[in-house]
Design a protein around this ligand. Sequence first.
Ligand code: ADP
Ligand code: ADP
Length: 223
Amino acid sequence: MYSVFKEYPNGVKALARLNLHITKGEFVFLVGASGAGKSSLIRLVFREELPSRGQVIIGGKSIARLRASQVAKLRRNIGVVFQDFRLLMDRTAFDNVAFALRVLQYSGKEIKARVPEVLAMVGLKGKEQCYPNQLSGGEQQRLAIARAVVNNPKILVADEPTGNLDPDTSWEIMHLLDEINQRGTTLVMATHDQSIVDNMKRRTLVLKKGIVIDDRREGGYIL
Ligand code: ADP
Ligand code: ADP
């Protein structure tokens, strides 16, 4: 991102002259107080929002002026996970993941093969027919992660993915995200959880009032 500014229609300036470069395969934490601009930055990455000024470049291409088909292509390469899971509550675990593949026009045969595979990878083997409310919070987040990675995206962005989970469950989710990163997916994760950042020892970008005030190679931060 080069000199990125984000100002919302109500005049709130969420990001100001933000510069940052994330290399393929990295695992990067975004930390900073509430309102620092973490979610805004994440929404720029998957192009839910556009920058007011500056350039957001992903895979060598500026995402500013894309045709609808190019936006679809970009989004196919980016998985997203949220704090509140955002699952379809009236569909089974299998169907939550299958839905993502149907949107991408995978065949029924591919869906039948791929969905159980990815559910097993996130540790939900045997839970295919469960509805989200029959799953624990950690399992619901595993399901959301399965949905986000089923298409093997190059980038996974996660906005406070452990924000609603207890510490033990948070760690299980971190191990899963780490494993996904080890398989080659670039991971960008916003978090408030200092113990996770301290223990994971990954690159950490500290945001304050819309700018990066620190970029640490191995975690550990003081607000
Ligand atoms: P963080 O994720 O670090 O809490 P955000 O990116 O959510 O930070 O917010 C940065 C600032 O932008 C805050 O002042 C917030 O209220 C504001 N903001 C975020 N989203 C919007 C929006 N859609 N419209 C207006 N203001 C917003
Ligand atoms: P969090 O900081 O918990 O991740 P977000 O910043 O993602 O929360 O905000 C959740 C939703 O509320 C987003 O859709 C965002 O656009 C909207 N939002 C956040 N702050 C504001 C604001 N000040 N004015 C209007 N909408 C906002």
